[in-house]
Design a protein around this ligand. Structure first.
Ligand SMILES: [Zn+2]
Length: 701
């Protein structure tokens, strides 16, 4: 146990580069603190920090700059390395040099493979300086040389390399000219860093090749990225390496590295790339595409989404708010967009006035059904009900809209409903299963796919996705075409009656554009030659409604439809005065809470929040909370921790914060999970922590 290196205390030189930022150690001085060309500045730093366990040199002048300034390349890559090495010797510390596949070259064979013992053969300036610095370093017995190549996985603007460039081009439909005759070993920076840590910790002196398995040309990588992003390859053009725009110096046809050591072997670059792209997409969604925001991202509707009437009456102008799911990595300007709810005077449909640019919708692909046990049992038990109540046979065709991770489709196939298929646009969820789920938005385009024909589906259903779709008329027209004459469509959505009854105004955000009721849905179905023949209510997502809809206009209508509409009328759901009253109660409640919080703050109390959901974005803005009143928001999701809330930029942290920082009050933002959260906070509450529950009435526990 004693004969390993304490990696946390490693000194990393060149720590701000793409690899360096991924290495998590205590000592990462800037080039001002430690100048590798100044022996004494290095010596001074080492003398000051006696616990440093080894020196890792990542600093180098890169390929392109080395060609442009060979003298500087000699200084940085050879002199700098030599200085560090001398210090390592002086302090008797292991020395680690990061090197490159550019120490090899092949002019004839573009599939030539180089292993650790292959003779170096650089033919560009960078390669020569790296090869020389290796040779000098290896004179020291406590030296590790790690060669890698074609590293990808940047997190910041200044770490954009070929993979990041390809992703950006494909996402913006910009052509890519990628080399198809120069091969190398693409390597994911996270995999590389893990392996560096292993090799260094275990003092495995000597030369190591650390790359992901399998070889590729730039063209292969670009094609793989287009596959992972679900993009067409039409934008990718193969070309020879010297013709690639902005390519570095033309040095070789092969930089393929392989390792002779079993312990150095890593997964294929394709597998690693897939993981990176998932992470990249998540961070891109969360950390602002907002950069691209201009005023065109929203406009107001002038007609009802369901009946096209121009009589829209706004009854609740909520505080302007950013996109509810745009959590950010650091505080940046985020555009606040109006959030107005209106009612159609013609069909009584309640809806959001704003239309957002389509690219801003469906932004949250982080949600998977199977992650929530109650949701899995809800989906499967309800599918069972749909099957029984509509007399569906094992060979009947079934379609799930918004099939997500395939929880429903898998259940159907497992139960021998062999003709079940799904459709869902989320690329990064879709590729984790092999189920018959079309990866696309649902609409008339579905007829472009195999096995999809008109009048063929006996059952179509959709759980919680129809309130997000701007063009719901087109959706219903497509459903009409797909259904058999006796086919049934079941649509489950959040129920506005429950939003109203529970004052759950925080479900109002830009992704939720429709707030359905039975009354307006009946009218909408008739308009589309469909019949609403049954409705069922359940408690999922704070209260949902299922609409049973058939193409058979002669179908018997269950009492539930009329009763539900009566219930809505009795609650005065479509009465503008009652809607205005509802709004006023919410505004009064927010004033009361604001007053209370300001009192606590003036007494010097510290307040945290709990639950950084999309709903909390509406809550925070409506209640005018900010990072000056709420110090942190605790959230259990690892994906959200270390990010900042949209617009208000309150840091999101794990519950561990309660063990290290003083907190007097916690305000529950996910108030529909109050009981669960109180249970989690039980120990802290018994030690004096107070909890503010804002809804349905402000309560302090
Ligand atoms: Zn209408």
């Amino acid at each position: 146990m004693t004969d390993i290196i304490d990696f946390d205390n490693a000194l990393v030189i060149g720590g701000s580069g793409m690899i360096g930022v991924h290495i998590n150690v205590k000592y990462k001085p800037t080039s001002k603190e430690v100048n590798i060309l100044d022996y004494y500045s290095i010596k001074q730093y080492l003398s000051k920090h006696k616990e440093i366990s080894c020196i890792i040199n990542l600093a180098a002048l890169n390929l392109r700059n080395s060609e442009e300034d060979p003298v500087k390349s000699i200084h940085v890559n050879i002199d700098g390395t030599t200085n560090l090495l001398m210090i390592a010797k002086k302090f008797n510390l292991p020395f680690i040099l990061l090197s490159s596949g550019a120490v090899f070259s092949s002019k004839q064979n573009n599939k030539k493979i180089f292993i650790e013992t292959s003779k170096t053969s650089p033919n560009c300036f960078y390669g020569v300086t790296k090869s020389s610095s290796e040779k000098i370093s290896l004179l020291y017995e406590k030296c590790i040389v790690i060669r890698t190549g074609w590293v990808f996985g940047g997190t910041q603007q200044n770490h954009n390399k070929y993979v990041e460039l390809f992703i950006n081009n494909l996402l913006t439909n910009t052509p890519i000219y990628a080399n198809s005759n120069f091969y190398g070993s693409p390597t994911y920076v996270s995999d590389l860093v893990e392996k560096i840590k292993y090799i260094v910790t275990n003092k495995m002196y000597g030369v190591h090749h650390v790359v992901n398995a399998d070889i590729a040309s730039g063209y292969d990588v670009a094609k793989e990225i287009s596959k992972l992003l679900g993009k067409s390859t039409d934008l990718i053009f193969p070309t020879s390496c010297e013709k690639v725009p902005n390519a570095g110096p033309n040095r070789s046809l092969s930089e393929i590295l392989e390792t002779s050591y079993e312990y150095n072997k890593m997964r294929s670059w394709r597998e690693a790339l897939s993981e990176y792209i998932d992470k990249y997409l998540i961070s891109r969604q969360m950390s602002v595409d907002v950069k691209k925001i201009d005023n065109d991202i929203w406009k107001n509707r002038d007609k009802c989404r369901l009946c096209d009437s121009a009589y829209l009456k706004t009854f609740f102008k909520l505080e302007h708010s950013p996109q509810a799911n745009h959590f950010v990595e650091k505080p940046v300007d985020q555009q606040l967009i109006p959030l107005d709810v209106c009612i159609c005077n013609n069909c009584n449909h309640i809806q959001l006035l704003q239309i957002l640019d389509k690219s801003y919708q469906y932004s949250n692909y982080l949600y998977t059904t199977s992650a929530s046990k109650p949701m899995v049992s809800h989906v499967t038990s309800n599918i069972e009900i749909f099957l029984k109540s509509n007399n569906i046979q094992k060979t009947d065709k079934i379609l799930e809209i918004g099939a997500n991770d395939g929880t429903g489709i898998k259940y159907l196939l497992d139960n021998e409903y062999v003709n079940a298929i799904g459709i869902d646009p989320a690329v990064n969820i879709n590729k984790f299963h092999n189920l018959p789920i079309i990866c696309d938005f649902f609409g008339p385009n579905i007829f472009n796919y195999d096995n999809i024909s008109t009048n063929s589906f006996k059952l179509i259903y959709a759980f919680h996705c129809c309130a997000h779709i701007e063009n719901i008329q087109e959706i219903f027209e497509t459903i009409y075409k797909l259904l058999t004459e006796d086919g049934v469509f079941v649509m489950e959505v959040g129920y506005f009656y429950e939003v109203y009854r529970q004052h759950a105004f925080d479900v109002i955000y830009h992704e939720h554009i429709d707030y359905h009721t039975c009354k307006s849905m009946r009218i909408f179905c008739l308009k589309n030659n469909l019949k609403l023949f049954d409705v069922k209510m359940n408690k999922i997502q704070s209260g949902s409604i299922q609409f049973y809809i058939s193409k058979n206009m002669g179908i018997e209508i269950n009492d539930s439809v009329e009763k539900t509409i009566q219930k809505e009328e009795d609650a005065k759901l479509f009465d503008i005065d009652s809607l205005l009253n509802w709004k006023n109660k919410i505004i009064l409640n927010s004033r009361d809470l604001g007053y209370l919080i300001n009192c606590f703050i003036s007494e010097g109390k510290v307040i945290f929040g709990y639950g950084a959901s999309a709903k909390s974005t509406t809550f925070i803005h409506q209640y005018k909370l900010s990072n000056s009143t709420i110090k942190y928001i605790i959230d259990d999701s690892h994906l959200k921790q270390n990010l900042f809330t949209p617009g208000s930029h309150i840091p999101i942290v794990s519950m561990d914060i309660l063990n290290v920082e003083k907190c007097d009050y916690i305000i529950i933002l996910s108030w529909n999970y109050t009981d669960e959260i109180l249970l989690k906070l039980h120990d802290y509450i018994s030690c004096g922590l107070r909890v503010i529950v804002p809804f349905p009435n402000i309560t302090i526990i």
